[in-house]
Design a binder for this molecule. Structure first.
Ligand SMILES: [Zn+2]
Length: 287
């Protein structure tokens, strides 16, 4: 599943290759890819055709392109295996091509390719007066730590006010978005915090350190993924190894902690896994 830095790579690619272009034709090759469009593929195509795409935006793992004056947007979610490709029209169709946008300039097409089709596209109303034309369905999703408008001070206050545990809070999209399971484990390892630490027990400096570490981990992954910025092939897939390198905790069960050499442990956690160092990240004492 793509994590935020990979989605940001796609956003930058879209900003570079499709912003400012006008849609000439929309082809929906599989209805499941536009299932979030209430009235179906016909409505999706009708709402998109003739519009000019604005500057690509992202919130967490959601991407969107404002249409025309920003009263609506084309929202995209990559799901598990979705890709947005900018392709020469002469390039043969991909096996799992689901949606194609042709442009009035006759140049490269935008293709949505998705093998498992958990992702999808939809045209949605944007929040009124919002310069970023945020789709209404994303209004409840918090900004992510790579967003220039993310409010650090408000986040640390809100985090400490929650009656929950720290990893749950990091994965709560209404508090902070874009921190998936991998980055949560990495940020907690760097901060020497156990995943079940109650948020109310975090001091303000500790909360600030945790945020800084989450941001650092994500920026590091972004820097590695950034090599594809200049590529014509705007691409994301769950197989890519952008962050398989240089992980300190995630996926390292039984391997020595880079700080203290204690073997990293894996624990079952909310239908997922949590990787942590049992020495650096002590289990919190019961309240
Ligand atoms: Zn350790």
């Amino acid at each position: 599943m793509p994590e935020l830095p990979e989605v940001e790579v796609v956003r930058r690619g879209l900003a570079r290759w499709v912003t400012g272009r006008t849609v000439a034709e929309v082809q929906v090759l599989h209805p499941r890819a536009v299932r979030r469009q209430a009235a179906g593929a016909g409505e999706f195509a009708a709402l998109l055709t003739g519009t000019t795409l604005g500057s690509a935006q992202r919130r967490g793992k959601y991407l969107w392109l404002p249409l025309d004056e920003g009263e609506s947007s084309m929202l995209g979610h990559l799901g598990m295996s979705g890709q947005l490709l900018v392709q020469d029209p002469a390039t043969p169709d991909e096996t799992h091509l689901r949606v194609r946008l042709r442009f009035t300039d006759g140049g490269r097409e935008l293709r949505f390719v998705d093998q498992r089709t958990f992702g999808g596209l939809a045209v949605e109303q944007a929040e009124a007066g919002d310069p970023e034309a945020t789709p209404v369905s994303l209004a409840h999703i918090a900004r992510d730590p790579l967003d220039p408008r993310f409010d650090d001070a408000a986040f640390t206050v809100a985090l400490r006010a929650r009656r929950t545990t720290v990893k749950r809070a990091l994965l709560d999209q209404t508090l902070i978005s874009g921190v998936g399971n991998i980055y949560a484990d990495e940020a907690l390892w760097r901060s020497k915090l156990h995943y079940d630490r109650p948020t109310e027990s975090l001091t303000r400096p500790l909360a600030a350190t945790l945020l800084a570490n989450a941001r650092e981990v994500m920026n590091a992954a972004l820097a590695v993924g950034g090599t594809s910025f200049d590529s014509l092939y705007v691409n994301v897939n769950g197989e890519s190894g952008y962050f398989s390198r240089s992980l300190d905790a995630y996926g390292r069960e039984g391997e020595p902690c880079y700080r203290c050499a204690t073997p990293i442990r894996r624990a079952a956690w909310m239908n997922r896994s949590s990787y942590y160092c049992p020495r650096c990240q002590r289990v919190p004492r019961p309240r």
